[in-house]
Design a protein around this ligand. Structure first.
Ligand SMILES: C=C(O[C@@H]1C=C(C(=O)O)C=C[C@H]1O)C(=O)O
Length: 368
């Protein structure tokens, strides 16, 4: 068997490990040098503003995008993003300990999304409802909130949009998470599974797989993915449909991965807070618009964006609960509200007779 060679001599495992040790020393030194610079950034921020803004999502997005653009080599870019995510999270929390409320319980997809956005150095607090997530940020008990907004199976997503009607909070980020369903259990064989717990949406997303692999096993709806995972942990013969993160945090075995029937779905979450992010170079703006019904009005509203070449990424209508917000539309467009074209469209919209507009926020497009 021929192995790797250096100067005609075979490279031994010990040689390779020496090489890795030398690189680790180097990485460690560089990490400390980086942390020193971040500390200095903290000092500059503290000295130059009455209320220092430590967390800068637009800067973090730029860092991730820059690394992605130069990325090459054997590690997948997702792994590199995760490593940078943790470096930035630890650096930032050395400047200032920051806190996040998320729609719990622990190990939900929203929890996973919060960790994806903020890393594991933030203090995270699970909340029982979307309303509680907003409330914790509104009263200043935490710095940020994370709530699902699209295609989630953790609860009614429209609650998140409706909650903006009366809230002073703004959107300061979006998080996308691929939908990945797994079958988790304390046991390690499919044949041991006597009952499957899952959120209604998760059971529906996986029904073909379940019909094919476990056709005669009882399926039971749970309130959330996390509740299903708890059943799998505590009940003999139970399995749960849940994310990978639940497997780790509840020490369950992954009996089967990617059991969703349709690949490529993503859940979207919003970060809510009080401090508006600056332009990152690739941003989105979310607005809420209401107007009294009259023919062709929506067409006119959309035209204001089309005329200026601004792409709309989402439009959602909601029945209004008050008279002011007769017909309520949530619109996401590309660009930052400080971009002249976007600013102009938003102004033209606000100037239309009978329109009430609320800008929910501009924030970097997902960078990882
Ligand atoms: C260092 C800064 O503060 C924070 C930490 C960052 C980092 O570790 O690179 C990036 C953005 C901020 O969330 C900064 O604003 O540049």
């Amino acid at each position: 068997m021929s192995g790797a060679e250096l100067n005609g001599k075979p490279i031994t495992l010990a040689d390779l490990r020496d090489g890795i040790d030398a690189i680790d020393d180097h990485i460690h030194d560089l990490l400390m040098q980086r942390a020193e610079l971040v500390e200095k950034v903290g000092e500059v921020k503290g000295a130059s503003a009455a209320q220092a803004v430590y967390y800068r999502p637009e800067r973090e997005a730029q860092i991730h995008r820059r690394i992605e653009a130069r990325h090459h080599g054997p590690l997948p870019i997702e792994a590199v993003h995760r490593i940078y995510r943790e470096i930035i999270s630890a650096s930032l929390n050395m400047e200032k300990q920051l806190t996040v409320a998320y729609l719990g319980p622990e190990a939900t997809f929203t929890h996973q999304a919060a960790i994806k956005q903020f890393g594991s150095s933030f203090h995270m607090y699970a909340q029982p409802t979307i309303d509680a997530v907003f409330h914790e940020v509104e009263v200043g008990r935490v710095n940020f909130g994370v709530a699902p907004v699209e295609n989630s199976n953790e609860g009614a997503v429209t609650h998140t949009l409706d909650r903006f009607v009366d809230s002073p909070l703004i959107v300061c980020g979006e998080i996308l998470l691929p939908v990945q369903h797994n079958l988790l259990s304390r046991r390690d064989s499919l044949s041991d599974v006597k009952r499957i717990y899952g959120h209604r949406r998760a059971l529906a997303d996986c029904h073909q797989w379940l019909d094919a692999h476990l056709p005669h096993v009882e399926r039971v709806e749970s309130e959330s993915t996390a509740a299903a995972a708890l059943k799998a942990r505590d009940e003999e013969g139970a399995a749960a449909i849940a994310g990978e993160y639940a497997a780790d945090s509840m020490s369950l075995n992954l009996l089967a991965e990617h059991i969703e029937d349709r690949a490529g779905q993503e859940n979207r979450f919003l970060v809510v807070g009080r401090i508006p992010p600056k332009p990152s170079g690739d941003d989105k703006t979310s607005i809420m618009v209401s107007f009294q019904d009259h023919p062709g009005f929506l067409h006119k509203v959309l035209g204001l964006f089309a005329e200026r070449g601004i792409n709309l990424t989402r439009i959602e209508s909601r029945p209004s609960q008050t008279r002011t917000w007769d017909y309520l539309f949530f619109i996401d467009c590309e660009g930052h509200q400080d971009d002249p074209r976007v600013a102009e469209a938003l102004q033209a919209l606000a100037d239309l007779p009978g329109v009430t507009e609320k800008i929910l926020g501009s924030y970097p497009k997902r960078a990882l």
